[in-house]
Design a protein around this ligand. Structure first.
Ligand code: OOG
Ligand code: MG
Length: 289
């Protein structure tokens, strides 16, 4: 089952719930950081494939609220260009990822239709700045996830799960960022692959024990089980549902949620190949061309 092709999917046109991008404009005559300005720089960096410096280093007042507003504006530019909101991605939900990136709080980003890559398609390196790939578990929701969400309620709301790959492409030089920077940069979202096998949660003996083997040109470079993600991959989806509820948004039936990296990221190189083998969920081979 492969329900998503590039730029198509069973989703209607989407708009992110209202935010006032200029809310942070002037406060008592003091110029403070504007989310839309941050988004505009990220949009240009992505379009021109040219990495930029971190905002957090330029402005000590750049806070998480401003960063999520900047993310909304960044993603809104994709929706305005005709993409659809497909779902969400979690980030930094495993120790593997937190150690690799030097940031120790989870975050979320938004997934749009243009990010979904077809199974077996190579990564076109000229579309990205410095892509990296990592294994994830993806949840396709059959029902809305109501807050307060738990592992059990997420599983009850899930239609099927997939092994998945997240193609990261930080818009920051050297993949270096603080939490606020990476939030504004939509959690480094670049592209996503879904594996070839969809399983209902009750068809999988234990979601925590889904193993993943990562090979680079055939050699095993990493191994992990999906319990690396918050003890249970559905725990990250529950965290997201509760986070979104606090912000007046929510996870809806039909949306796809990526759990956050099970394994640390691996660079994609020209002529290189990274293979992700998931226990019971098939393999995804990512070739760089
Ligand atoms: C930030 C995005 C994190 C994950 O799964 O942890 C992420 C990054 O590593 O560039 O996608
Ligand atoms: Mg990821």
């Amino acid at each position: 089952m492969q329900p998503f092709g590039p730029c198509v999917g069973p989703y209607g046109a989407a708009t992110i719930p209202a935010c006032d991008p200029h809310r942070a404009g002037h406060a008592g005559g003091v110029q403070v950081i504007d989310p839309q300005d941050i988004a505009d720089e990220l949009i240009v960096a992505e379009r021109e494939r040219k990495a930029i410096g971190q905002f957090s280093e330029q402005d000590p007042d750049f806070d998480l609220d401003t960063a999520y507003r900047a993310q909304q504006a960044f993603v809104q530019s994709k929706l305005d260009a005709g993409e659809r909101l497909v779902g969400y991605k979690l980030g930094l939900t495993s120790r593997n990822k937190q150690v690799a990136m030097g940031v120790d709080s989870p975050l979320y980003g938004r997934v749009t239709s243009g990010m979904i890559c077809g199974y077996g398609e190579p990564v076109q390196l000229d579309r990205f700045i410095h892509p990296r790939v990592e294994s994830e578990i993806a949840f396709l929701l059959a029902r809305d996830v109501e807050p307060p969400a738990t592992v059990i309620s997420v599983l009850a709301a899930t239609d099927v799960i997939f092994g998945a790959v997240d193609i990261l492409d930080s818009r920051y030089e050297g993949f270096k960022f603080a939490l606020t920077d990476v939030v504004a940069d939509n959690a480094s979202a670049g592209g996503f692959y879904l594996g070839p096998i969809a399983r209902r949660p009750d068809e999988v003996a234990d979601l925590r024990l889904i193993g993943c083997v990562v090979r680079v040109r055939g050699d095993v470079v990493m191994t992990a089980a999906s319990a690396a993600v918050m003890g249970h991959p559905a725990a990250s989806v529950a965290w997201l549902a509760n986070q979104l509820a606090a912000e007046g948004e929510g996870l809806k039936a039909g949306q796809l949620v990526f759990s956050g990296g099970v394994t640390a990221p691996v660079p994609v190189e020209t002529g290189g190949s990274v293979t992700f083998e998931f226990d019971g969920l098939g393999s995804i081979e990512v070739a760089g061309v």
